[in-house]
Design a protein around this ligand. Structure first.
Ligand SMILES: [Zn+2]
Length: 469
């Protein structure tokens, strides 16, 4: 049997304008491989339909615009020239009519290209969307292979184009970010009576964390790694938004965080709890975001540091007097207890006693190392004393005490895409731009951003791939 596939072009009034055969498929005895279309045929048909449709659409568009839209006078033509346009179903070479500006315009006689004006970007929005999305989920090379395998776009796709287009999308997002500020607390908001505000919404929790990625560059490069910051904010009902940036590339980290909170519907009288690991740079970023903010040293980081000390102590068993080690153990336990109850002063007093234990005596290098680690921990607590709440009390009240909810941020935003393989090296700009698009993909926002840019694009609900991540 033969199966013919035709494109039939009908005008608005129902007249058939053109019939074009785009494929003729031959089938013999039915076999599983020959039931329906195969991928190669589907790609060819899509490409042919795309060409046929586009040619007719362009012809229609051109015919409509030969006359001046202002005065209706026919404009003078000045030949055609080809325009390349990349689509999901192949690269199109379209014939664009060059016209002289009408006499009624401010620059009469000047020529312009109809399609160049209509298509300032030479990539279809939907293709740009798919490329950007998959480049954040897979490596550039894998994205290339995936798209090339399933779509009829083999001849023009390459990794350089993919990277350039991803950056283009991210740069456009960046250009929409408002200006950086030291404080996002409105000046007059403090005088607004909170009584007039509606009942405050339940608190938002925010945590930022750092991760390191390999730096691209030559052998003499000074920095082999650089830091990316990722974070997550979460509502009381558990809806989370990710954000990420390269700390010493980003010029607007505070604005970025602020906009992320805004996207979760932050209100002026809504409390926000910021968790930090005790590092001052990240904490500073979180200051002056909103009026009702609370800053807390992450309990998880405290226990992590205590666990390290505890393991050092254990490794000394046998080598150091058991009584001494037992005393240390007891003190470490009460240290943790004091911190849990928010008694920073008492915790620090204990550290003071611990670190001076057997001061002046001739002690082993290992013991010295343990005492130094305890001293460092003391400094950490002293630096962060203002941010140590009564964790026990919070815990009993069902309030968050750790940034565990944001732990997935490093994995989601960075590890899976940027440090999965050792040979992945990044420029700061490249990493930062990728993070912007990846965060939107993780937050399920990318499709909406594209719809805002290109209102004709389908909604997310109509996109069967939007949940594929
Ligand atoms: Zn005119």
């Amino acid at each position: 049997m033969k199966v013919k596939i035709q494109v039939i072009i009908e005008s608005d009034d129902g007249r058939i304008q053109d019939v074009e055969e785009v494929a003729c498929l031959k089938r013999g005895t039915l076999s599983p491989e020959e039931l329906g279309l195969n991928l190669a045929e589907a790609k060819e048909i899509l490409q042919s339909v795309q060409r046929s449709m586009a040619v007719h659409q362009v012809a229609d568009y051109t015919a409509e615009r030969i006359n001046c839209p202002c005065c209706g006078q026919r404009r003078v033509q000045k030949g055609h020239h080809p325009i390349q346009f990349r689509t999901l179903f192949g690269k199109l070479t379209l014939s664009s009519l060059r016209l002289h500006q009408c006499d009624c315009q401010t620059t009469p006689g000047k020529t312009f290209s109809l399609l160049a004006e209509l298509l300032p970007e030479r990539t279809a929005p939907e293709l740009l969307y798919l490329e950007a999305k998959w480049c954040t989920l897979l490596s550039f090379g894998m994205t290339f292979e995936l798209l090339q395998e399933v779509l009829p776009m083999s001849e023009e796709l390459n990794v350089t184009t993919l990277r350039a287009n991803l950056h283009k999308v991210a740069v456009r997002m960046e250009s929409e970010l408002g200006e950086e500020r030291q404080s996002f607390i409105e000046r007059d908001s403090q005088s607004v009576s909170m009584n007039l505000m509606p009942e405050p919404k339940p608190p938002l929790s925010v945590a930022l964390d750092g991760a390191y990625v390999h730096a691209a560059g030559n052998e003499q490069r000074k920095e082999r790694w650089f830091e990316v910051v990722v974070g997550k904010s979460i509502t009381s009902s558990g809806d989370g938004k990710y954000l990420g940036f390269v700390l010493d590339y980003d010029e607007k980290p505070r604005r970025r965080l602020y906009e992320s909170l805004q996207s979760q519907g932050l209100e002026m009288n809504q409390p926000v709890t910021f968790f930090s690991d005790g590092e001052d740079t990240l904490r500073q970023l979180q200051m002056y975001m909103t009026l009702q903010s609370e800053h807390i040293l992450d309990w998880f980081h405290i226990t992590m540091k205590l666990t390290v000390i505890s393991q050092m102590r254990k490794s000394l068993m046998g080598a150091e007097p058991a009584a001494w080690l037992g005393e240390i153990e007891k003190d470490l336990e009460s240290l943790k207890w004091h911190l849990w109850n928010g008694n920073g002063d008492q915790a620090l007093r204990l550290v003071d006693e611990l670190k001076t234990m057997h001061d002046g005596e001739q002690i082993s290098a290992e013991r010295l190392k343990l005492l130094r680690t305890i001293r460092d921990f003391g400094n950490y607590i002293a630096d962060n004393q203002a941010f140590i709440p009564d964790y026990g009390d919070r815990h009993r009240n069902g309030e968050r005490i750790s940034s565990a909810f944001a732990e997935s941020a490093v994995n989601q935003l960075v590890s899976r895409r940027m440090i999965k393989r050792q040979q992945m090296h990044w420029t700061k700009r490249g990493a930062h731009l990728l993070l912007q698009v990846r965060a939107q993909v993780m937050n399920d926002d990318l499709r909406n951003t594209f719809r805002r840019w290109y209102p004709g694009m389908n909604a997310a609900s109509e996109d069967p791939l939007s949940r594929a991540a």
